[in-house]
Write a protein that binds this ligand. Structure first.
Ligand code: PLP
Length: 285
């Protein structure tokens, strides 16, 4: 899960008496067992593809399991946007997005959205909770997001096309190890991604051979791509998970989930792919 989500669950919800059970949602038998032995579970919360390994979980199967056990299901669809993945089609009850990322697309506003199937519930309890907790968007940010939305489809098509080209470039580079991109048939969740996504999006990560030093050295050499912790921008943004987004996660846990010291995450922009590749190539060299 997105780091802020984990913090919200463990630091804000837990003291309010809303407990979370963190399990691997890729293991459906385990999910079934946990649901069956905890009648108090009210919601299954998922994120797919996950940052930064692009691991996917089966939305339809998880939504069905939740329903079977009388719980809601909710998904963070930030990486995909509704252009690439429409979770309501797979039976999910709530979809959340950070609009800060691909939906706005220009890295100039911060906001989020929650969309629900049950309009009555949305208009009453959810709307009231949003208002009372201050989770409402100001007019200027809303205007910027609305501007960005007008080019969403164009951008997502280009993000996906560029990312595929860059993933293929990286996969054949001698200084690169594993490449995590759902569009590559080598990705363990390629088939699942194909089933639930229209295309594979702009997010990928890859292993620079040589570990921490090599990865950080590579990022420092970039001239065209920008090092930044955000994503989903028209510009290509690069981040080093081990020292930035996932720095607070113990090293052993990080390794277990494939977030190694040499891993670099790229939010591929909509520039000319040749410009992005030229920069990656000179930095790797
Ligand atoms: C960035 C992000 C968020 C949080 O969004 P903000 O708008 O930055 O608060 C939530 N989920 C995912 C997957 C994200 O990438």
């Amino acid at each position: 899960l997105y780091g802020g989500t984990t913090e919200l669950f463990s630091q804000i919800m837990a003291p309010l008496g809303i407990e979370s059970i963190f399990i691997d949602l890729g293991d459906l038998d385990k999910v079934e067992a946990v649901m069956a032995s905890n009648a108090a579970i009210r919601m299954v919360y998922m994120e797919t593809p996950a940052n930064p390994t692009m691991a996917c979980v089966d939305i339809a199967a998880l939504a069905a399991l939740a329903k079977q056990h009388g719980a809601y299901s909710a998904i963070d669809n930030t990486f995909c946007t509704p252009y690439l993945q429409q979770p309501f089609r797979f039976g999910v009850d709530f979809v959340v997005h950070s609009t800060t990322k691909f939906l706005n697309g220009h890295g100039n506003s911060i906001a989020g959205i929650v969309i629900g199937r049950d309009q009555e519930l949305m208009a009453t309890r959810v709307a009231k909770t949003l208002k009372l907790t201050g989770a409402t968007c100001n007019a200027w940010d809303a205007w910027l997001i609305n501007n960005g939305l007008k080019t969403l489809e164009l951008r997502m098509i280009r993000h996906s096309r560029n990312a595929m080209e860059i993933a293929r470039f990286l996969a054949q580079h001698p200084r690169v190890g594993r490449v995590n991109y759902n569009g590559l048939p080598s990705h363990p969740h390629h088939e699942l991604a194909k089933r639930q996504m229209r295309d594979f999006g702009g997010m990928l990560s890859f292993e620079v051979k040589g570990g921490l030093e090599a990865a950080v050295g590579f990022i420092k050499k970039l001239q065209f791509c920008t090092m930044a912790p955000t994503l989903g921008d028209v510009d290509t943004l690069v981040l080093h998970p081990a020292s930035m987004s996932h720095v607070n996660i113990p090293s052993e846990v990080r390794q277990q989930y494939g977030i190694t010291d040499g891993l670099v995450r790229v939010s591929v922009g909509i520039e000319n792919a040749a410009d992005i590749i030229a920069d990656l190539e000179q930095a790797l060299a």
